[in-house]
Design a protein around this ligand. Sequence first.
Ligand code: ADP
Ligand code: MG
Length: 327
Amino acid sequence: MSGAGRHMNAGSAGDLAGDLAGGPVIELAGLRKVFRQVLAPEARPGLLARLFRRESQPGDQPGDKPGDKSGGQAPAFSAPAAGASPHGASAQDVAGNGEGGVEVLSGIDLTIRQGEFVALQGTSGSGKSTLLHLLGLLDSPTSGTYRLLGRDVSHLPDDELSALRNTVLGFVFQSFYLVPYATALENVMLPGMYSELSQGELRSRALELLGKVGLADRVNFKPANLSGGQQQRVAMARALLNRPKVILADEPTGQLDSATSAEIMRLFAQVNASGTTIVLVTHDENVAAQAGRIIKIADGRLVSDEVPGTRVGTQAGTQTGTPPAGA
Ligand SMILES: Nc1ncnc2c1ncn2[C@@H]1O[C@H](COP(=O)(O)OP(=O)(O)O)[C@@H](O)[C@H]1O
Ligand SMILES: [Mg+2]
C-alpha cells in the first residue's frame, strides 16, 4: 500500500507498527542519495533538532536539501551544534554528475526483518551515516523506494515523518545528543510528545526505563554530570520510550572504552532479545561480531551481507543477538 500523501497521526503510526511480527520491517529498493551541496559537518542541520521535530515549516519540502531544514521552528529546547546558517558560507554548490551533486548512496537494495540485529560496517565516508539517516527518516532519498513496515515512506510530508520517527523508530548516536540542560529523566521523556500516554504515565515509564539501564539513582542528573557510558544509557532509555520497532544506532560505542562499550552492547542484546530490530553502525569488529548479520558498505554500495559463521567471543558474558530467520 502506498500511503504517500495520506494523513497519518502518531496514533495511526502506532497502529501501523502492530501485527507485522517476523515480516520485513525495512525494504529498500534502488535507494540513491545525491547531495546537491557539500556542507561542512558543522553546517549540517542538527540531529537533535531534527529528531524530535514536530511540525513542517512553511515551504518545507520533503526533498533532500538538508540545509533548508535547520532554521525555522524552534524546538522545545536548543539543540547543541544544531546546524549553523542553513545557507552559510560553508555550503558549496557542486557540479559533478548530471544531477549536479555528489552521489553518496548508489542504489541500495536491502530487506531487514523484524527481530534482526544488523551491523553495518564500512570505512569512513562510505555512506553509513547517510544510509542510517535515510532509514531514520531524518533525510529523504534522491531516488529509489523505502518501505517501512510495508508502507512507502520515501516521500512523506515532514509531520508524518516526525510521527513515524518518534513512534516506530528509536535513535542512539555516538555523541549521545542529550539536551544539556535537561535531567536524565527529562531527556528520556522527550519523545513523549508523540505518545498517547499522560505525563504521569510517561514519567513512570521513563523512570522504569532508567531503572532498566541501571540509572535509577541518576534520574535527576544532567548530562554533564554523567559519564559517557551513563549518557549513552540515558540515550538508550530515551530511544525505547515509545516502544519502537526498530532501533537505529550510529557508532553508539564510538566514544566509549571497551568495558563500557561491552555494557552498552549487552543492553542492545537485551533490547534485541525482546524482539526489537536493531541496525547498528560500527567500526569495531568485536561489536559487529555480536550482530546476527553483518552488512558492509563501500562507496555507497552494499558489498557484502553475511551471517557471522562463528560468534567470536568478545568480552566475557557478552550475549549475541537473535539470529536472522533461517540462521
Ligand atoms: N549533508 C551532507 N551534505 C553533503 N555531503 C554530505 C552530507 N552528509 C554526508 N556527506 C558526504 O557523504 C559521504 C558519506 O558520508 P557519511 O554517510 O557520513 O559516511 P560514514 O558515516 O560512512 O563515514 C561523505 O563524503 C560526506 O562528506
Ligand atoms: Mg558516520
